[in-house]
Design a protein around this ligand. Structure first.
Ligand code: CP
Ligand code: NVA
Length: 328
């Protein structure tokens, strides 16, 4: 699972629906003092998941470790100072060796080509835990959150969210790209407002639009430099940090370029978002991209969204490791 573009609309729908139903079943069981119910109970017994993280992480690390543990497997966290990768050893050698000893690799990398190379040479499933281009586990959790918030009724190949609109205001980055692919596949319109020079790269736009091939009514992608234009009629306002990991040297330049893009209630009002608009953010969050009033306010979905990372991880591991890529 390197990107949401690897999934058909039906597969994506199933991953999200499974995440939501496992959430309910496990929480009910825990509330009753019971162990996780089948089919999750013991589903990963005897399986080790290698978590190769070259960057910091709170949510992705904790959700993956907790998900593997919940299903009875062993998560093995390998930070960048723990293994030979990148210093003494190539991606090829690392991939062949680690995949010969484990059941799955979950990798957080810099360039997307690193996780693609790991996957190309691995004998076990590889899950992208964030690369320069994509963050599929985040997108599964985000659509789970949207599905649960709007109580949508899924069909076999769609979450029943057609006609909804997402407004992304901020940097065009890895989190946006997979979210946009998910939107196109699910018939959700997505409008992106980024400052000039920080928009969607041409190659990535092609990938996002290609996600609509074969979809009866794909979501529309629109792009602007004007936040208010993107926000008009939106059900959900989304943003992410203006300075992603690895871009720290550009921080001052970026903070200047993004001035005026902070999400606030005033901006949402000026842009005429839907009256009951909601706010989402993958976290970690900095106050420059969204103020406290919105971030901690009643429209904010950020904490359920973060919790859903656990259920997204459970769903993805079940599909790719337990069921060997069959998304049931
Ligand atoms: N949203 C997300 O991936 O957070 P972490 O960087 O903490 O894993
Ligand atoms: N765009 C951010 C997301 C972190 C979860 C980054 O790549 O740092």
């Amino acid at each position: 699972l390197l990107s949401i573009s690897d999934l058909s609309p039906a597969e994506f729908t199933r991953l999200v629906v499974n995440a939501s139903s496992h959430k309910k079943a496990v929480k009910d069981a825990f509330a009753a003092g019971q162990v996780p119910p089948k089919p999750l109970q013991g589903a990963m017994t005897g399986k080790t998941v290698a978590m190769m993280f070259s960057k910091r992480s709170t949510r992705t690390r904790v959700s993956t470790e907790a998900a593997v543990q919940l299903m009875g497997g062993h998560p093995m966290f390998l930070g960048k100072d723990d293994i030979q990768l990148g210093v003494n050893e190539s991606l090829y050698d690392t991939s062949v060796v680690i995949s010969s000893m484990t059941s799955c690799m979950v990798a957080r990398v810099g360039p997307h080509s690193d996780v693609a190379n790991l996957a190309a040479h691995s004998s076990v499933p590889v899950i992208n835990a964030l690369s320069s281009d994509f963050h599929p586990l985040q997108t599964i959790a985000d659509f789970q959150t949207i599905h649960e918030t709007f109580s949508s009724t899924p069909t076999e190949s769609s979450l029943g969210l057609e006609g909804r609109k997402v407004a992304w205001v901020g940097d065009s980055n890895n989190v946006l790209f997979d979210l946009a692919i998910g939107c196109v596949k699910m018939g959700v319109d997505i409008a992106v407002a980024s400052p000039a020079g920080y928009g969607i790269p041409d190659e990535m736009r092609k990938v996002i639009l290609a996600a609509g091939e074969g979809v009866a009514k794909p979501g529309k992608l629109s792009e602007t430099t004007v936040p208010e234009e993107a926000i008009e009629g939106a059900d959900i306002l989304v943003t992410d940090t203006w300075v992603s990991m690895g871009q720290e040297v550009e921080a001052q330049k970026r903070l200047k370029a993004f001035a005026g893009y902070q999400i606030t209630n005033e901006l949402a009002k000026r842009g005429r978002a839907k009256p009951d608009w909601k706010f989402m953010h993958c976290l970690p969050r900095h106050p420059e991209e969204v103020d406290d009033e919105v971030f901690y306010g009643p429209r904010s979905l950020v904490f359920p969204e973060a919790e859903n990372r656990l259920w997204a991880a459970v769903s993805a591991l079940e599909a790719f490791v337990v069921n060997k890529g069959k998304i049931l």
